[in-house]
Ligand binder design. Structure first.
Ligand code: F0G
Length: 457
């Protein structure tokens, strides 16, 4: 049988991408102050900034969009949405939101208060910000292996169960309104969490009567990693695996912009009737009526179809193989990446890539800028600019939009990274010239360190 993994779809509609010259990109970088968030998207050739909301919808999703019921209340599209989600997630209440962070805000507003503590394997930045916004503390408890970029381990997203027990002993269960598990662990390299780990965390939570919630953004990719790597799951379907995992929890938040295969949307699920009532009350205040939650009926339809398609085995086999292809081809030439390749993204280890640039000079931002200059590729820094001095790693994330780029696009990305790898010694560090008081990475301005020295003279 042929070994090549092909895209399990053919292309029916195309969107041109635009070449720029190296000189143009140099100018564009200057105007963007070396911050790729500030680039006009049309000046990007291959956009790997995020896998969120950037996927391509299927013919079935577009067809479903046409039957969207835009009724304010009691929309038929809501029934499709709820039924499809319950089929996989199994939770009693399904509350639509405009995206993941809206679900987070509502969940933490209802469940948490000042001085509470919320453990997670690793909080995504909006999740952390929403926990902190209600005055609670967000604690990351990923296993030690999850913090070493080059170390290979099948489930680097796992939570340290002993650390969770210790935390509960130390602060007391009254201060922990919920425990969260993020699948896959985006901030830790898109690494999966094993079913065994979910089962253990769930047992600890049950023993202490603490609800367990999933940050479920990439649940389908996580299910496929369990199928590939965990004994006893090879013959189960991704949907069976997802159902088993969610059954160990009490609810979830979800950004349908990832494994919902939609361009916008999210939801909040819970089995708790009282909480659901409070959540719906808050929803009405800021998102909308509980049968649409800030989304159009057509969006609900796209998500209803998308969450099911994300679990199709042909799709997941291609998805995971294509991300791994990028990772293994650059790693084979010595490029330091977070190992093993994640589900939705490859993370370059910028500190190892550019050892001559200290973290205070933003090696991740410098590397991302160079990838753009070299080949028009947009990536994102996850490191010292995003997290300040608290950053434990300086990573550059190359997130792969779902069903968007083909094998030749990925081959091109490999080539560009290898070109940059060859000239790594000539890349300079950067210095901040402007920063906002919070979430500074979105709007920060930077310039090369050399230039800053010249200015000072
Ligand atoms: N949780 C995780 C693990 C995420 O990766 C994201 C978004 C969210 C929650 C929030 O969802 O964007 O729909 O409000 N991650 C995107 C990214 C933005 O690029 O990784 P949202």
């Amino acid at each position: 049988m042929a070994k090549t993994i092909i895209e399990p779809f053919r292309i029916k509609s195309v969107e041109p991408i635009r070449w720029t010259t190296r000189q143009e990109r140099g100018q564009l970088l200057l105007s963007a102050h070396y911050n790729l968030f500030q680039l006009p998207a049309e000046d990007v050739l291959i956009d790997l900034l995020t896998d969120s909301g950037t996927g391509a919808m299927s013919t079935k999703q577009w067809a479903a969009i046409m039957v969207g019921d835009e009724s304010y209340a009691g929309s038929k599209s809501f029934d499709h949405f709820r039924d499809s989600i319950q089929d996989i997630f199994g939770y009693r209440h399904v509350i639509p939101t405009h995206q993941g962070r809206a679900a987070e805000r509502i969940l933490f507003s209802v469940m948490c208060k000042k001085d509470d503590v919320v453990p997670n394997n690793t909080h995504f930045d909006t999740t952390r910000a929403n926990v902190e916004f209600v005055g609670a503390e967000a604690v990351d408890l990923v296993i030690a292996e999850g913090k070493q970029p080059s170390l290979v381990h099948p489930f680097k997203g796992n939570m340290d169960v002993e650390a969770l027990e210790n935390l509960i002993q130390r602060v007391g269960r009254e201060r922990i309104p919920l425990v969260m598990i993020t699948v896959t662990n985006n901030s830790g390299g898109g690494q999966p969490v094993s079913m065994a780990n979910v089962r253990q965390v769930s047992a600890v939570c049950r023993r202490h009567r603490i609800p367990l919630y999933f940050d479920a953004c990439r649940f389908a990719e996580n299910a496929y990693f369990i199928k590939l790597r965990e004994p006893g799951y090879a013959l189960k379907s991704p949907k069976q695996i997802a159902r088993e995992m969610f059954a160990y929890g009490d609810g979830c938040t979800m950004s349908a912009k990832k494994d919902g295969l939609a361009n916008i949307g999210g939801f909040l699920c819970t089995n708790d009737d009282l909480l659901a009532q409070q959540e719906k009350n808050l929803l009405i205040l800021t998102e909308g009526y509980p049968t649409y939650g800030g989304l159009a009926g057509r969006d609900l339809e796209a998500i209803a179809v998308g969450v099911q398609e994300a679990l199709e085995e042909d799709y997941l086999r291609y998805r995971i193989a294509s991300t791994a292809y990028l990772g293994t081809h650059i790693a084979a030439q010595g490029v330091p990446i977070v190992q093993p390749p994640g589900g939705h993204a490859i993370y370059l280890d910028a500190r190892a890539f550019l050892p001559h640039i200290p973290p205070a000079q933003f090696p991740g931002v410098a590397l991302a800028a160079e990838l753009y200059l070299e080949g028009g590729i947009r990536s994102v820094e996850i490191g010292s600019l995003m997290f300040g001095g608290a950053a434990k790693m300086d990573l550059v994330r190359l997130a792969i939009p779902r069903r968007v780029y083909t094998q030749s696009h990925i081959d091109y990305v490999v080539e560009v990274i290898l070109e940059v790898w060859k000239k790594r010694d000539s890349i300079q560090g950067l210095k901040l010239t402007y920063e906002a008081p919070f979430l500074r990475h979105f709007t920060a301005r930077l310039e090369p360190v050399e230039q800053a020295v010249l200015h000072a003279v």
